[in-house]
Design a protein around this ligand. Structure first.
Ligand SMILES: [Zn+2]
Length: 529
């Protein structure tokens, strides 16, 4: 009995001494230039990972590790958090999301522009079972909510409908949304009075959410739209964000200064308003949304086609479309409109509206192009790319301290269609073109705009900064070599310069290839956390 007790004590002592020994780290990144996400200057050091978290950061870590990776002076940064994406376009076909992972993005947010899956819970459950390489979260979309309750018609909602919509927003938040998104530029968001948006925003805010907006108008009524986005935050009692901030149309170029002045004034009086942006002077959305007036699109496809058949309204529509080509998304010339994909004719991908106008036997004037736009709508529509912004506005917005980086991209199926290059290049482009080549931002500030800043915006307190205890979402890249290679003519090209991308402690990208690891998780918003 005594001997047995002795043996037990001895083995307990042995166990204690074993557990006192530090287990080896799982992954040790050696010799990095650590850019920790806070904006502080880089420092030389090693990063050790155990399980899914960062275990230690120090100038030199000598304890053993299962795997040691010498990064030879490359930057070690927090994995990038993309707060505005359309990742549900394509993620089920490409669950590794290589276009994002290969440029250091380890988390994407869905449900942008007022458009989200509804209800949200089944979508998030599907993402959890899909086994993806990066993390995903979502907003709940005001447009989707309004479409479900009011339809796509241009009318005020009744008090009962507002109550119903509020319930759907609350449900979205409880399902795990990070807040409410609006797309007041789009049908049906465009039919929503500001006061109604504010009521729904209050519901999201009560549950800890934020508001992000694809504004009502990024062209002639840009400043009114910025004031509206600010008012939604101010009166709704929640943080608010201008999504993919831009100034569309030659006539409006330069107004970014006024836009930022409004943001500064709002922040000075205590409104929590911020901005996100992609680093390109072309936008992308459907040809109909970009170039056809909302009244033509009201009520859905059948109603639209009926209007285009009636000669009087067709003529009026043509005038509206011509104006939008001349002064807004059309960039003043049909050659500034490029097709990303056309369901009715895949061969049009990459061609311009001027090309198609000529191919249909007409000179590529704005009036003729407007006729072709109506024809496109009748055929079923296209996704387009619209070259209608200026580099000076882009740079001015990028430099603003309240601006973060977000792609507004999707998960393209490699080689299919002609998507906007932002899906492949946004983060690498900021680091290559705007940090290294043009010196618009410092490296540290750019990384902050891609990691700690969006993490704080989303209330993700366990990632976005390199610090022991944080989730090990990490991007390793060579600051001298990082660059985007996707272009408007050849978008299906991955970013270069990244050597390792780690999600939850597991390497998802190395040696130029995605690995078999699928450690991505669904991230849940404040009401479900
Ligand atoms: Zn948008």
């Amino acid at each position: 009995m005594r001997a047995m007790r002795h043996a037990l004590l001895a083995s307990l002592a042995l166990l204690a001494s074993v557990s006192a020994q530090p287990a080896p780290y799982d992954v040790l990144l050696k010799n990095g230039r650590i850019v920790d996400g806070t904006g502080s200057p880089w420092f030389t050091g090693d990063v050790a990972i155990r399980g899914d978290a960062i275990a230690k950061i120090a100038p030199s870590i000598t304890e053993p590790a299962t795997r040691v990776i010498d990064v030879h002076g490359s930057v070690i940064a927090p994995g990038f958090i993309d707060i505005h994406t359309h990742a549900r376009r394509g993620i089920t076909q490409a669950p590794t999301a290589p276009n994002y992972a290969r440029q250091g993005v380890t988390t994407v947010m869905e449900g942008p522009d007022g458009s989200s899956p509804l209800p949200l819970a089944p979508f998030l459950a599907q993402m959890e079972t899909l086994k993806i390489s990066i993390n995903i979260g979502s907003f709940v979309g005001q447009g989707s909510v309004r479409s479900a309750v009011v339809g796509d018609t241009n009318r005020r909602a009744t008090p009962a409908e507002i109550q119903k919509m509020t319930g759907l927003v609350e449900q979205g938040m409880k399902d795990g949304a990070f807040g409410i998104s609006t797309g007041l530029f789009y049908v049906p968001g465009t039919f929503t009075p500001t006061e109604e948006v504010i009521e729904l925003a209050k519901a999201a805010g009560r549950l800890g959410g934020i508001h992000e907006s694809h504004q009502r108008d990024d062209a002639a009524k840009l400043l009114e739209s910025v004031n509206e986005t600010i008012a939604i935050g101010e009166k709704g009692g929640l943080p608010t964000q201008i999504s993919h901030a831009k100034v569309v149309g030659v006539a409006n170029w330069g107004r970014s200064a006024d836009m930022l002045a409004l943001v500064d004034a709002a922040r000075a009086r205590g409104v929590d308003v911020t901005i996100d942006q992609y680093p390109y002077t072309a936008s992308s959305t459907s040809v109909a949304a970009a170039l056809v007036p909302a009244w033509v699109l009201e009520g859905g496809r059948e109603a639209t086609l009926a209007r285009l058949k009636e000669p009087g309204s067709r003529e009026k529509a043509k005038g509206g479309i011509a104006m939008m080509i001349r002064d807004e998304r059309g960039g003043g010339d049909p050659k500034n409109v490029q097709f990303a994909s056309c369901g009715f004719d895949p061969s049009l991908a990459g061609k311009t509206l001027a090309d198609l106008t000529r191919a249909r036997g007409m000179a590529p004037t704005i009036r003729n192009a407007a006729e072709v736009v109506m024809w496109i709508v009748e055929q079923g529509g296209c996704q387009g790319i619209f070259h209608a912004m200026s580099e000076r506005d882009l740079v001015r917005i990028m430099r603003h301290p309240a601006t973060m980086v977000a792609s507004d991209g999707e998960v393209p199926v490699f080689g299919r269609a002609n998507p906007h290059p932002r899906s492949y290049g946004t983060f690498a482009r900021v680091l290559g073109v705007y940090v290294r080549d043009k010196k618009v931002l410092t490296l540290e500030d750019a990384v902050r705009k891609m990691s700690a800043f969006p993490a704080a915006r989303l209330g993700l307190s366990d990632r976005g900064v390199l610090r022991p205890g944080m989730k090990a979402d990490i991007a390793v890249f060579d600051a001298a070599k990082v660059r985007d290679t996707a272009t408007f003519a050849k978008p299906h090209q991955y970013a270069e310069g990244f050597s390792h991308v780690i999600v939850g402690g597991q390497v998802v990208f190395e040696n130029g290839e995605m690995t078999a690891a699928r450690p991505g998780h669904v991230l849940y918003g404040p009401a479900r956390r």
